[in-house]
Ligand binder design. Structure first.
Ligand code: APR
Length: 242
């Protein structure tokens, strides 16, 4: 029986990652000093209104981030989570739009805020791979309309695969938030759902200062140090697959 049609084991571990996971790969976070939201106003580049108002500016912002993400390499934290994702009872959810977890070999990554290497047609909804730059004049590969946009979830839009995520959070016995400031909902509310359903909640962050009291444990330090150690601990202690 291939893994694809094997009965899906209930999710036991849900991991939520944020920009801090990719910081040591050279990709800027959003709210640290010098972060992306210090360089660009969210309302200028990360809302549907911004895209309607100035599509070329928004396309340039994401084209630049896509180029940077393609130049970046997965780090030890991405590789550790890729090892963890091979267990059938693990769900990796990322707020990041880079593909470093996927390139590290992680399986079934849930990109709840979309992905830089995907585009979508605002006219017909066709999704497609984007490797180079995307411009507003490019015709949709499916309907031919010049209405392409990055497949990124902007502020005010609904994150992707929320039903699957919420279902997994209610079943999880371990929830880990890695490299995220917990400033943006619905992701910032995941710890409360997991906690209320009895999960042990772990925060893994460079700077443990600002944190929800709902976390049971805090592992402070750079992700490339803390995440491999945490994953080894989980894999060492967790029951092996039947
Ligand atoms: N190792 C671990 N954590 C780190 C590291 C590191 N090397 N470097 C930074 N961090 C932590 C910071 O302490 C901070 O808590 O990563 C977090 C980054 O926070 P943000 O910049 O707010 O990024 P994130 O939480 O992913 O933002 C969530 O907000 O703007 C939206 O859509 C955007 O997905 C993004 C969402």
């Amino acid at each position: 029986m291939s893994r694809a049609d094997a009965p899906r084991t209930a999710t036991r571990i849900v991991v939520l990652t944020g920009a801090g996971l990719s910081a040591e790969s050279g990709l800027a976070t959003f709210r640290d000093s010098g972060g992306l939201w210090e360089q660009h106003a969210i309302e200028d580049v990360a809302t549907p209104q911004a895209f309607r108002r100035n599509p070329d500016l928004v396309q340039r912002f994401y084209n630049d981030r896509r180029r940077q993400a393609r130049k970046a390499q997965p780090n030890e934290a991405h590789r550790a989570l890729a090892r963890l994702s091979l267990r059938d009872d693990v769900m990796l959810v990322t707020q990041n739009v880079d593909d470093l977890l996927d390139r590290a070999g992680a399986r079934g990554v849930v990109h709840m805020h979309g992905a830089l290497n995907r585009g979508v047609c605002a006219n017909c909804g066709h999704r497609f791979q984007v490797d180079g730059d995307l411009t507003t004049d490019d015709p949709c590969p499916s309907c031919g309309q010049a209405s392409l946009r990055p497949d990124i979830v902007w502020f005010g839009e609904m994150p992707q695969q929320m039903d699957e995520i919420l279902h997994a959070l209610q079943a999880a016995s371990i929830f880990a938030a890695i490299g995220t400031s917990g400033e943006v909902y619905p992701a910032a509310g995941f710890v409360e759902i997991a906690h209320d359903h009895g999960a042990e909640c772990v925060e893994i962050n460079l700077d443990p200062r600002r944190s929800s009291p709902l976390f049971d444990r805090h592992l402070a330090g750079p992700a490339t140090m803390t995440v491999p150690a945490w994953v080894d601990d989980i894999l060492g202690s967790a029951p092996t697959e039947p």
